[in-house]
Structures are given as C-alpha cells and as structure tokens.
Design a protein around this ligand. Structure first.
Ligand code: ATP
Length: 353
C-alpha cells in the first residue's frame, strides 16, 4: 500500500491527475489534483457538465483508467498500480452499471446476470442459486428466460444492477444509469439502488448531470468542473449552503434558486442612492422549513417582503426550501438578522431600484 491511501475509506482519490494524449501530440488534462474520500456505505454523487471529467474519475475506480499522478484506492488497495491477479481481485469488489445497460442481446436475463460468475469460475449449481436470488432482489421474477429486446428500459437496468451485484462487490459504480429512462422509471431504479445500499451496505459512486438524481438518492456529493472538484460534502450541506457558482447553477433547476429574468436583468451589486429593494435568498432547513417566518417578520417587525421565486422539497429525509424575496433595502439588515435569529440562512443577491 502506498502512503496515500486513506485507511477505512471505501474509495479514496488522493491528488489524482489524469492527462490523455490529444490530437497533434498535445496533452489533454482530464483531471487535476482530485482529492475525495468516500466512506463505506455512502452514496456519493459526482455532478458536472459534459467533458468535466466524470467518466474518467469513475473509470479509475475499477482500473479502466490509471492516474497519471496521485493515488486511487478501493478499500485501501491501490487500484492505479495493481496488476494481474491483484487488479482482478479489486475489480471483483467493484460492480458497474451503465447508461445504455450494456447487456448481451444473445443471452437471456439469467444468462446476462450469470456472466460474471461464469467468468469467475463459479460452479454451475452455485451460479443458478445466486442468479435466482439476484432476480428476486431486483424485482425481475418471472423474467429469467426473456431476452433484452423483450424488456423495458427499467427492466434492462435491473438486469444491469443484478449483473453488477453478482460477484458481491463492496462498491457499485453508476455511469449515468438513469439518464436514458423516463422520470417514473428513474424513480423506481433510484429506489432500488437506495434499497441495495441500505440492505447490503454497498458503497455507491454515481455520476450524473442531474441534480434531482442526487437530491433523491445521494448522501454526499462532489461538483466537478474542468477536471477539478470545486465543492464536495454531505448533500444537505451543499443544498443548503452552496458556495461555488457551478453548484448554484446546477441547484437552480431543482430548488427555486434561479432569479426570474425580470429581476436578474436589473440586479445591481451595490445598494443605489434613493429607495431600493434588497433581493435576498432565504434558505429554510430542517424543522424551520415550513414555519411561516415571512408572516412573522411582517407581524412582529412590520417588514413586508415580496416572494420572487421559491420551492420547498425534500433532500433525503429533510425538508428544505429556498425562497427568493425582496424587502425595502433600508430594512434589509434588520429583516435578515430577524430571519437568521430564527434559524434561517440568508444571503443578499443584490439590489433593484
Ligand atoms: N481516451 C481519451 N483520450 C483523449 N481525451 C480523453 C479521453 N477520455 C476523455 N478525454 C477527455 O478528457 C476530458 C474529460 O472527459 P470525460 O469523458 O471524463 O468527461 P465527462 O464529464 O464524463 O463528460 P460526459 O458527461 O460528456 O461523458 C474531456 O476533455 C475528454 O475529451
């Protein structure tokens, strides 16, 4: 083991860089100085735009890509430097599911799920018993003899999940596994992954470009931009206190964080001379999420607020909401202090005349 693996972590990236040979001999830097620790049993989501480096990061965990610098470890084993039998042993600990399922069309459901066991040399009677268990586990009872072409997208992904679990891995990698599915099917597949995480204690690392997927399933998340992790931590902390502009732009779609166009176009950085309104983001977290704090602000302090946009939803088991409001700029500091005293988070976004 190198000194850079993190003891006790399910997956760790320590100062990881990856460069590829690009066109004309130029080097393309896909990842730079990535450090991320994923604890056993976590569901960690990596979100980023196209080309940010998500797939490269994920593929390092099962040794499909090797780091140019730094260390990637699974359960303390250095994947990037493992060879031969050691690499095969690490790969058995890591299952993977894919956006387009990657099933063999010539094999049945049972045949696809059996494949990793056959490759591992498992005796046929054990393969049959294990495949039957896995089919029940992922809710495909009665479909063992069907071929992929006879299945819906959601059923195909269940086969993919069962196949990934066949060798009883400790880590499951998900490469945009719900991106090709409709919203309802996405929910059922995410629920299955959450059940597997809970029942089997499996650590899940998933990549996505949809914040809603992370909101519904992840315990932790990291935002990747230009090959660097720009923000990471427990999902609830990031939803309630995003710091990086990229995180905020991803969050805008799911949490009502985006300013309506008619305000955004007029927003000033500094309070202007004369009457103006302060535009404030108010984040409601935990038990405060449904408290009528703005009504109390009006009644107790006589400060009226306009609601510009907002949403209340759940992140994991916690209620959470964002409201964008405007208040008379002269009373803004008092309004924010009042809301903060009552457990809400506030942030001034700007001013409008
Ligand atoms: N085998 C390769 N050879 C050369 N460049 C590569 C290779 N694989 C990835 N890259 C480059 O590395 C960068 C990161 O790519 P990566 O596929 O990891 O991004 P991504 O976030 O998964 O994108 P997407 O969401 O579009 O799949 C991109 O600039 C890409 O062009």
């Amino acid at each position: 083991m190198t000194g850079n693996t993190i003891a006790g972590a399910a997956i760790s990236f320590s100062g990881v860089g990856k460069a590829f040979d690009g066109p004309g001999g130029a080097r393309v830097s896909a990842l730079q100085d990535v450090t991320l620790v994923i604890e056993p049993g976590a569901i960690c989501g990596i979100i980023g735009r196209s080309g940010a480096g998500k797939s490269t990061l994920l593929r390092m965990v099962n040794g499909l890509e090797r780091p140019t610098s730094g260390t990637v470890a699974v359960a303390g084993l250095d994947v990037g430097r493992a060879q031969g039998a050691e690499l095969r042993a690490i790969r058995r600990e890591v299952g993977m599911i894919f956006q387009h399922f990657n099933l063999l069309s010539s094999r049945t459901v049972a045949g696809n799920i059996a494949l990793p066991l056959e490759i591992a040399g498992t005796p046929p009677d054990q393969v049959r018993a294990r495949v039957a268990d896995l089919i029940a586990r992922v809710g495909l009872d009665g479909l063992a003899g069907r071929y992929p072409a006879e299945l819906s997208g959601g059923q195909k992904q269940r086969v993919g999940i069962a196949r990934a679990l066949a060798t009883q891995p400790r880590v499951l990698l998900s490469d945009e596994a719900t991106s090709a599915l409709d919203p309802e099917t996405t929910q059922t597949v995410l629920r299955l992954l959450a059940d597997i995480n809970r029942d089997l204690g499996l650590t899940i690392l998933l990549i996505t470009h949809e914040m809603a997927v992370l909101r519904d399933i992840a315990s932790h998340m990291a935002v990747i931009e230009g090959g660097r992790i720009v923000e990471s931590g427990p999902i609830y902390d990031i939803f309630t206190r995003p710091t990086h502009p990229t995180t905020r732009s991803f969050l805008g779609g799911v949490t009502g964080l985006t300013l309506p166009g008619f305000i955004a176009g007029r927003l000033l950085d500094h309070r202007p001379e004369g009457p103006s309104e302060e535009v404030v983001r108010v984040t409601f977290a935990g038990n405060h999420a449904t408290d009528p704090m703005l009504s109390k602000l009006a009644v107790e302090r006589g400060i009226a607020s306009n609601i510009l946009a907002g949403a209340i939803e759940e992140v994991g088991p916690h209620p959470f909401g964002n409201l964008l409001i405007s208040v008379d700029a002269a009373r803004g500091p008092e309004a924010r202090a009042y809301l903060e005293q009552h457990g809400l988070l506030t942030e001034v976004l700007g001013y409008v005349r």
